[in-house]
Design a protein around this ligand. Structure first.
Ligand code: NCD
Length: 313
């Protein structure tokens, strides 16, 4: 099992074989995580620091559990309370932590590119837990694993990614991953929430849900990222739901066995109908959360094996 990377900064840097390597190893952790005793001590003695400069529930909790189940010493830095508030720069904070000899640094930051920059300044493995609108690689990997398990494969599927594409690092990482694995991608949403020149990424773009959802195997909904908007992107939440919110009626246009995904947190009644989100016959939203822990365990294990290389200057 070879995985020749020092960091996990984005899907962009991964080859299809790297993606398969992570997902295959994650499968074994799905089984372990369903046991009563969930420990594998492959990170024993290593120190993992989680630095979240942006709010997170699922991602932070699952990175913490993943590290603990693998036996690492895990520390969660509360970035609200840290010296950042006193004006210390991201790089100074990173250098300070680096002096404490962490082995794995998990970072979420509101600025695109901030995690790549940080990775250049430290001598441990860095995992991007979401940087601005740029990438969220472990989310795309856990989505990939969820799709592979539900559909039996992760290639030659038609996947619709719907809603606020423009502000979404989840969409970006998924477009890269699904493209590398040779799937067809349709982006659906209002033109105001579609990134400029997105057509160049080898995807189909639709404004109309009925048109875009026709026959798809996977429907991936996205949260309206209100915190990244400065107003004027959508007419009203009510109208948005009417046109682009997923309900049973719109889902009926997809393939009869199409699955419904959402990275969370959900705005029920804005981008997705609450009952549909909870329908275990169609929705794999809880599976996504479960796969998140397994994928993060796999990614951290693979990076930890390369730590010696990561440390050479
Ligand atoms: C996503 C994120 O933070 O990018 N959430 C997550 O990691 N599960 C999506 C979102 O915030 O909408």
């Amino acid at each position: 099992m070879s995985f020749a990377h020092r960091h996990l900064l984005g899907i962009e840097q991964l080859k299809p074989q790297d993606i398969t390597t992570i997902l295959d190893l994650a499968e074994s952790y799905v089984d372990l995580n369903r046991q009563a005793a969930k420990h594998a001590d492959v990170l024993a003695g290593l120190t993992q620091i989680n630095m979240f400069f942006e709010a997170s529930t699922r991602t932070q909790a699952s990175f913490e559990l993943a590290g603990k189940r693998l036996g690492a010493d895990v520390m969660n830095m509360s970035m609200q309370a840290s010296s950042i508030k006193k004006g210390e720069t991201l790089i100074d904070t990173a250098l300070t932590l680096n002096a404490m000899h962490p082995d794995l640094l998990v970072v979420r930051h509101p600025h695109s590119g901030a995690v790549d920059l940080l990775a250049q300044k430290v001598n441990c493995a860095v995992l991007n837990a979401g940087d601005g609108r740029h990438e969220h690689p472990t989310q795309a990997l856990l989505d990939g694993l969820t799709i592979r398990r539900a559909k039996g494969r992760l290639h030659r599927l038609t996947v619709a990614i719907c809603g606020d594409i423009a502000h979404s690092r989840v969409a970006r990482s998924n477009i890269l991953l699904l493209g590398k694995m040779e799937n067809r991608i349709r982006l659906i949403g209002p033109p105001t929430l579609m990134p400029a020149r997105i057509g160049e990424f080898g995807v189909e773009v639709h404004e109309d849900m009925a048109e875009g959802l026709a026959g798809v195997d996977v429907v991936m909904m996205l949260r309206l990222q209100k915190e990244r908007m400065d107003g004027g992107f959508i007419p009203s939440e009510r109208e948005y739901y009417h046109l682009w919110g997923l309900d049973a009626e719109k889902l009926a246009l997809a393939a009869p066995d199409a699955i419904v995904m959402h990275p969370g947190p959900m705005n029920r009644g804005v981008e997705i109908d609450g009952t549909l989100a909870d329908d275990i016959n169609r929705s794999v939203i809880q599976d996504q959360v479960e796969m998140g822990v397994a994928v993060r365990m796999a990614a951290m294990e693979l990076l930890a094996r390369n730590l010696a290389a990561a440390r050479t200057p």
